[in-house]
Design a binder for this molecule. Structure first.
Ligand code: HPA
Length: 241
């Protein structure tokens, strides 16, 4: 049985799915951390893979999936809903990039998104008369923070999930910084909402790829890959927590 946006068969996904935005990144991640990754879906070029975890440590050999989300809250909502509702998926960990907002966050740092503010109306529709609170699964967030090795610059706190990438509401970034919001991305709040709807677990782990309020150097390609691996280590810990 396929779903409208996923061609996989029941049982094709592991209980935990790591979810980058970019399908090519999903493929690279799958080849990097899975033994014998198997392509299980490719509708609209949104690639999904399942294999067994290839990393050292206690989780070696456990089933794990990697699937892209595409960009933005409607896109991740479609894939997360189908995975939770019809494929028995219990946990989704978004592994993405984000723009730094808080001055304490630097390009290359990793952010664990404990909660997500949003400019989207998607969660406003969920509980009548209620401003929805989009939060990560506590056990998963705690496991991710615990997996952060010494020397890794990692922050836990709130992020903002925006609908616009290019348009900025005047004064908004400054206000977000004043409230200690760590970074901006485009999917977490919706993912946390879908997880709450289905009684499942979700977490976002972000690599800060650029910064909106401080002058900083952008990462080199090599740095991007190293920092991406740091974020991946935290995401795997959350997947198996
Ligand atoms: N906005 C939204 N998403 C992002 C950004 C940004 O500035 N940088 C990386 N992902």
């Amino acid at each position: 049985m396929a779903t409208p946006h996923i061609t996989a068969e029941p049982g094709d996904f592991a209980p935990a799915v790591l979810m980058p935005g970019d399908p090519k990144r999903a493929e690279r991640m799958a080849r990097l951390i899975l033994d014998s990754p198997r392509l299980v879906t490719d509708v609209r070029g949104i690639l999904g893979f399942t294999g067994t975890y290839a990393g050292d440590g206690p989780h070696l050999g456990r089933p794990l999936s990697v699937m892209a989300s595409g960009m933005g809250m409607p896109s991740i909502t479609i894939y997360a809903t189908e995975l939770f509702r019809w494929y028995g998926v219990e946990r989704i960990i978004r592994v993405g990039t984000a723009g730094g907002i808080a001055p304490a966050v630097a390009v290359g740092d990793v952010v664990v998104g404990v909660g997500a503010h949003t400019t989207s109306s998607m969660n406003e529709l969920r509980i009548p008369g209620t401003h929805f609170s989009a939060v990560a699964d506590f056990t998963m967030a705690a496991a991710a923070m615990q997996a952060a090795g010494a020397g890794l610059r990692v922050h836990a706190g709130t992020v903002i999930s925006e609908d616009h990438f290019y348009f900025k509401v005047p004064g908004q970034v400054e206000a977000l910084a004043a409230y200690g919001v760590l970074c901006v991305e485009m999917e977490a709040a919706a993912l946390y909402g879908v997880a709450a709807e289905h009684g499942k677990g979700a977490l976002g782990v972000f690599t800060v790829s650029d910064h909106l309020t401080t002058e900083g150097t952008n990462m080199t390609a090599a740095e991007r890959e190293t920092h991406f691996q740091d974020a991946l280590t935290l995401a795997v810990a959350a997947a198996f927590a």
